[in-house]
Design a protein around this ligand. Structure first.
Ligand code: ADE
Ligand code: ZN
Ligand code: ZN
Length: 259
């Protein structure tokens, strides 16, 4: 029996690692949902309330990750990210036949706009859209296949071993110690002009913006790097801004769909 302990321990730790990999982390996705609520039109809010039975966008924002533990939803796994080389573009690169984050968002929009979609289809794709607009703004979700969006890029976070993807999904937000409501209430104040600038563009433009950020992250982070206070100082306000952009742009899409 004793000789099996290392194997059992290894399997247990592997399961923990798989379970631990969640996008933005619960707080980030909830903050994006909460911020979107501030920008919904009355008409969109009414239609969404009806579909979600009054549940908030923050509450449903982690549904996309929750269903990962149900094998019936396995095909949605590749919808959470999109990878292509730094010297290429989404348009020019080979697309995964399993779909990707861009396909995910355009599919959700199409199902929600389609009058022949059932109520259940609309509810499912609305919850998924809330989640995916969060993922679109996590720079490492517009990543590189070679290291699985930074999941294989080992770093140290306040002296503990982790990977770059997890630092961006959740470690920075956890260290910031703000709840999702605090993050939403304390998002940067925007002038009318600044708000308009963030609302502008297409899903593809927003994806390219996250790609540029991803490149900047890779240019400033070393494999095995010791990340901590200085990394927080450099990047936590960018994380906060990404959550705000995700929320504002989610509302743009929802106001268009239900407007
Ligand atoms: N798995 C492979 N690539 C990924 C990415 N960019 N983000 C999250 N998970 C991934
Ligand atoms: Zn992630
Ligand atoms: Zn996700």
């Amino acid at each position: 029996m004793i000789r099996f302990i290392p194997t059992i321990l290894f399997l247990f730790l592997s399961v923990q690692l798989v379970v631990a990999s969640e996008d933005w982390g619960k707080t980030g996705h909830r903050a994006t949902g909460e911020i979107a609520e501030q920008y919904l039109s009355k008409k969109a809010k009414r239609a969404i309330d009806k579909l979600l039975n009054g549940a908030s966008l923050a509450l449903v924002s982690n549904y996309g990750d929750d269903i990962k533990s149900d094998s019936a939803y396995r095909k949605y796994g590749p919808w959470h990210y999109v990878n292509f080389p730094f010297d290429s573009s989404y348009e020019a690169s080979e697309k995964s036949e399993k779909g990707d984050l861009y396909v995910a968002i355009t599919t959700c929009i199409a199902v929600l706009k389609n009058e022949t979609s059932t109520q259940d289809e609309k509810i499912f794709h609305l919850k998924m859209l809330v989640h995916f607009m969060g993922d679109l703004h996590q720079p490492l979700h517009i990543g590189l296949a070679a290291d699985k969006g930074g999941n294989d890029f080992q770093v140290r976070w306040f002296n503990e071993g982790t990977n770059l993807h997890t630092v961006w999904d959740s470690k920075m937000l956890d260290s910031y110690e703000m709840s999702y409501t605090e993050l939403a209430a304390n998002a940067d104040k925007l002038s009318k002009f600044q708000l308009k600038a963030l609302q502008k563009g297409t899903v593809q433009d927003w994806m390219n913006e996250s790609r540029d950020l991803c490149k900047a992250v890779y240019a400033t982070t070393e494999i095995g790097g010791k990340l901590g206070y200085r990394y927080m100082y450099d990047y936590v306000n960018i994380v906060r801004k990404q959550l705000q952009k995700g929320g504002i742009r989610l509302a743009v899409l929802l106001n268009d769909i239900f407007g």
